[in-house]
Design a protein around this ligand. Sequence first.
Ligand SMILES: [Zn+2]
Length: 789
Amino acid sequence: MGSGMGRNRGLIIAGAGVALLLAATLAAYRTPAPLGTDAAATVFSAARAREILKELVGDGVPHPLGSAADANVRDLIVKRLRSLGYATELQTGLVCNDFGACATPINIVATRGDVAGKDAVMLAAHYDSVAAGPGASDDGAGVANLLEIARILSVLPASRHPIVLLVTDGEEAGLLGASLFTREHPLAKQIKAAVNMEARGVSGASLMFETGSANEWLMRLYGKSTLEPVTNSLTYVVYKMLPNNTDFTVFKAAGYQGFNLAFIGDVGHYHTPLDNWENSSPTTLQHQGANALSSVLALADAPDLNPPAADSMFFDVLARTVIVWPIDFVMPASVAALFLLSIAAVLLVRKGHMTLRQAVHGSIAALANVLLGGALSMGVLVLLRFLGRIPALQAPPWIAHPLAMHVGFAALTLLTATAIAAWFARRAGFWGLWFGGSMLVALLSLAAALIAPAAGYVWLLAAAAAALGCLPSIIAAVKDRAPSRGAAEFAVLFPGLIAFAALLPMLLLLYSALGAPAWPIGSVVLCLTAGFLLPLLANATPAARRRLTWLAAATTFGAICVTVLLPSYSASWPQRVNVEYWIDGDSGRAHWWLQAASLHLPRAMGEEVKFDRAPRERFPGYPLKGFFADAPALKLAAPELTQISSSGASPAHDASPAAHGVSPAHMELLLRSVRGASVAFVIFPASANIHGIEVETPSGPLRIKLQQLRDGSTVLQAPGIQEAGLRFAVAAPAAPMAVRVFDESYGLPEALPDGKKLQQARPKNATSSQDGDVTVVQRTVYLDPAAGR
Ligand SMILES: [Zn+2]
């Protein structure tokens, strides 16, 4: 063993490498500077898109499905498309989704030139917003970008395949416009690929996170055409685990190829009044717009829009280029890396540089490093949750000041690694720890290849780098020489830094994507990478190891303290607090229901109205709890559910009972909001066993499943319900049933001063979200299947 400096050299290089990669990654993934209004007519300019966005949503008025503001935005879009020379058509009709929602959205479909009979490419975004906010980023940005791209297409020569522009309605209410398009529109069958622009935040890089079944072909196209691609196949695997859907879900189900683009920064503003024009990011607009333009043009100029279905493993390198590997390559490559590492290990044992015992201890160390790191980080998360610093389980999992914990969890990984290295340094030695760390990533790569091949690129890269990195040492060993210190350090630095580089872009997005659970997940993957740090830590001087341990421990502790001291909510990451006014049409009584994400009643609001201490379900079976308070009862007309007819014949597609020779009765019902509310709901009791409904649509009857609540009751939603109401049929139950019907209008009644007071008392670090504050009228309707037969 040499001098301290010599022994610590590997660690110093690792530290410098990590710092360099962090700086390079942060710089590479910065969103591009927005181009001005003076940019060339054929390039995408965020400044121009932002002017359009201001015209669409600059007034800050929310425009949910079916609202007057929705119609207003629609008119503006149509006017602009027509002025650009597009044949623009409104498509409407009744449609239902797979979550038990039925509505009549109005889509905008625009084309140029002769489209008839040709394979086509589509560019899509949705123009409706949630009721709580104007949706400047979700999805006003998508619409403004679509209109700027429409202008560019109008000055470019026609592409090989025509480009159809689709601006959907009712996305927020459950992908209804997209469903209507793919189900009813004559052009839907001609579309082969779509580019969809979405948002789950208001800033950050535009991520390409979802593709079609011809993934390999698509990703090569995307890599070639996109200037600043941010994409990888792991993101898609993670996305599929989240309960998020976009219009692209519908497009994909219709068999379209294509790209789904979205940005996820500043999720605190998402679906709130803060998703306004002022808060929308020009650089994000530029990134998403330029990427959407280049990818839609690449698709439109592709020779063949019917490529073979083939998956791939892909990832971008510093937002400059995309590496695409066929999925069939993943398994052989993983096996090859594992095989080469095994041979290297056998040679090291044969030549006396590592004993079997050391290899076993090294493997235990690598595993213990991950388990300890995982356990410690889960422990810290539970502690923060216990101290009330991490939101309750029902709340969105982000906090106002996460930076300290980003650093804290990274430090926790280092703390784990230094502890494990101190414990195993002597027992496992350098090569034992090398073996443990390398084998772990190689086995992980193999496991990923078996379970989710596209997800494992970080570990495949790490395993391949480990197999390559040990070559100088192995060559020395074969020549009966001891591997030099440099060669040995290279054997762990090379795979360690490659793995870290591959992991970092994903790691930097993980918190935006998942919130607090990203921390333990991030810790575990960092610990896997830190397996390559263990041999360097084992080589280092005990003094250096001690210093690192103290530094890591102090940083972790400091981060926890800072997080505990700082508030969980702020003006830019506000708590979500909605106020609801409920009238019970049966009893004539009324109440407030205040839903706060933290499950703590904001004090100022509690001072205005006296709420019950314990939160309760909104209604039986509803997943969220909130605070109740008595309220003065206004006279508002209750919604109606009328039995139009009841017959012994089964609905057209209900074949199963007929197999037993029995035709079940069915009831035709009409749901109406007498007071013109925006959304109506019907809740069928569990005992009625009603799991689906049937509606008459332009292209024939449509049977859909209803969503089931926890108590077994089922829900039909009618967002944007029109004056004529919603007609539907259900299989009649055996006995009369009591059905709960309610309708919801946005905002609180003007006639109630307490409502205004509650809204004004909502603190600066709180905001309404989603449907926002609403007025609900509910009643019970008794339906008798025997009546009217
Ligand atoms: Zn959206």
